[in-house]
Design a protein around this ligand. Structure first.
Ligand code: GTP
Ligand code: MG
Length: 368
């Protein structure tokens, strides 16, 4: 227990040091601009995997698994049903695919020393949210290889963050973006291309190229969402996307699996989808941003009685959880769960520029 507290304190101190230093050792996107994106190169053939011959390759193709990447992120349970094999052999194929990626340096070794892990963390990319205050809360922006969850009540700014992130991701690495495309999976019908246009124009960017960089998919039911997530690897490659947004992850499942009796089924399906998303984020080195709704927790006697929907399944899936609250014109973002961020909060606002800093923040920066 004491050990845990100590390590948490060190993490917090590191994070605070990074926050207060003049040139924090975070967001080193610039250095990475020249580095190739290994996961975007799909030179490997599924038949390069030992033990997979033409017959199995055909079965896999029929099941929608076209690349080594697709196989590496598959779940053994689902794959065994799709290719009509035992769970053990499906798992063996997946492990073999991951091994081939490791041998080709496209995936990390299973065990690495902590110094190498730290080096890798430094090379992780970050995309600005469009607000300096929010970026500081996230120690530089949303990260690749992680799932970042924004949850809050209606109107708290979740979709606005998603819209702004897509605009920022299209910007070059030197401007805090990814210089890449993004995928916006819209389950609530709230994606507005006009809003993207407006945010781009207000920020002095070329709206036509920003709009072209965003692939939108409107999803109508939970099965459709699960299908899109299943094939996401292919879409990530097709659209050269470094950012995937799912706004929201839970609304369809929540609406369709309403009764108590269906809760276990709902959680199981959500779990399957979320695991796939985590694997995609890590293996493709992309940022996944999901939004979540809130539910009231009547057993809370002190403090805010709202909590994120989706229970433990969602709680464990997100690397970072940020709680958004509306207070008048302003919004408060609070880091609720993170392996290394300090538990701080910050204020931001929503303007024609999308997510933006408060007036004081902007003017104090100007005054410096
Ligand atoms: P739900 O999806 O309903 O759960 O809410 P949400 O958290 O996604 O809310 P969203 O991000 O859509 O925020 C909506 C709020 O953003 C509105 O109530 C407005 O306050 C603000 N907003 C949206 N568009 C604009 C705009 O063009 N200009 C300004 N100034 N504010 C806007
Ligand atoms: Mg929304």
């Amino acid at each position: 227990m004491a050990e845990k507290k100590h390590s948490e304190r060190i993490k917090e101190e590191d994070a605070i040091n990074a926050l207060s230093s003049e040139s924090p050792e975070i967001s080193t996107n610039d250095e990475l601009e020249s580095k190739p994106i290994p996961t975007m190169i799909d030179d490997l053939d599924i038949q390069d995997i030992p033990g997979i011959g033409p017959t199995t390759a055909k079965k896999l193709r029929d099941a929608g698994i076209l690349t080594v990447m697709d196989l590496a992120v598959a779940s053994a349970e689902e794959l065994s049903v799709e290719i009509n094999s035992s769970k053990e052999s499906a798992a063996a194929f997946i492990i073999a695919a991951q091994q081939l990626l490791r041998d080709s340096n496209l995936l990390d070794k299973e065990f690495v020393t902590a110094d190498i892990a730290l080096e890798k963390r430094k090379s992780m990319l970050r995309c600005t949210t469009g607000s300096k205050a929010l970026d500081r809360l996230l120690l530089g922006g949303v990260e690749t290889q992680a799932v970042t969850e924004f949850y809050g009540e209606f109107g708290s700014g979740k979709s606005q963050i998603c819209h702004t992130l897509c605009v920022m991701a299209s910007q070059p690495v030197s401007e805090g973006g990814y210089g890449s495309g993004s995928i916006y999976i819209d389950t609530e019908g709230t994606f507005r291309p006009e809003r993207i246009d407006q945010i781009a124009v207000s920020r002095g960017l070329d709206p036509a190229s920003v709009l072209k960089s965003i692939a939108v998919c409107k999803v109508y039911n939970s099965s459709h969402l699960e299908l899109i997530v299943k094939d996401l690897g292919k879409y990530i490659n097709d659209f050269k996307a470094r950012l995937v947004i799912i706004d929201s992850i839970i609304s369809l499942h929540r609406a369709e699996f309403a009764g108590r009796g269906t809760l276990a089924d709902r959680q199981q399906r959500l779990n399957g989808m979320l695991h796939k998303i985590i694997r995609l984020a890590e293996i493709y080195n992309i940022t996944v941003v999901i939004t979540n709704q809130v539910q009231s927790s009547p057993d809370t006697f002190f403090g805010d009685p709202t909590k994120a929907a989706g229970g433990n399944v969602l709680g464990h899936a997100s690397t970072y959880r940020i709680y958004l609250r509306k207070s008048g014109e302003n919004r408060t973002a609070k880091m609720i769960d993170s392996p290394y961020h300090p538990y701080s909060d910050t204020k931001f606002t929503v303007t024609e520029r999308g997510v933006d800093d408060l007036e004081e923040e902007t003017s104090s920066k100007r005054g410096k």
